[in-house]
Design a binder for this molecule. Structure first.
Ligand SMILES: [Zn+2]
Length: 139
């Protein structure tokens, strides 16, 4: 099993545990860091809707808790056969931890079949990241 297959398997497994009593839209995500560690997450909804958490955010939280700081590749598994790309907030969350060589984003259907594979730069062009804060604004 190669790394992508391992990520798809982890994302599909996380999707099975998604907590989605309101939307019935379960999503799983799994990411790997530069050292090959895999972290997974699922969406967790809440009766107070805005407090729900996306699968990508949950996977990033698991990565940070585990000491990881770079997302080399993230796989998102959505329900059905439509392309469940990361929401705007998650694109920015991935951006915070993107690796110097960029982050690959792959979206799969509920069976784990790849629907699309792209990069964070494509989904979030001209993005704002940590390095933007350290640049002088007077120059
Ligand atoms: Zn999101």
């Amino acid at each position: 099993m190669n790394k992508t297959e391992a990520l798809i398997k982890a994302a599909c497994k996380a999707q099975l545990n998604a907590y989605t009593p309101y939307s019935s839209h379960p999503v799983g995500a799994a990411l790997c860091t530069a050292d090959g560690a895999i972290y997974a997450g699922c969406n967790v909804e809440n009766a107070a809707y805005p407090l729900g958490m996306c699968a990508e955010a949950a996977a990033i939280s698991a990565m940070v808790a585990g000491g990881g700081r770079t997302v080399e590749h993230i796989i998102i598994v959505g329900p059905g056969s439509h392309t469940c790309t990361p929401c705007g907030g998650c694109r920015q969350k991935i951006r915070e931890f993107t690796s110097t060589k960029g982050t690959t984003i792959t979206v799969c259907d509920s069976k784990g079949e790849v629907l699309m594979s792209t990069t964070l730069d494509t989904l979030l062009p001209y993005s704002f990241g940590p390095e933007n804060l350290s640049e002088s604004s007077d120059g």
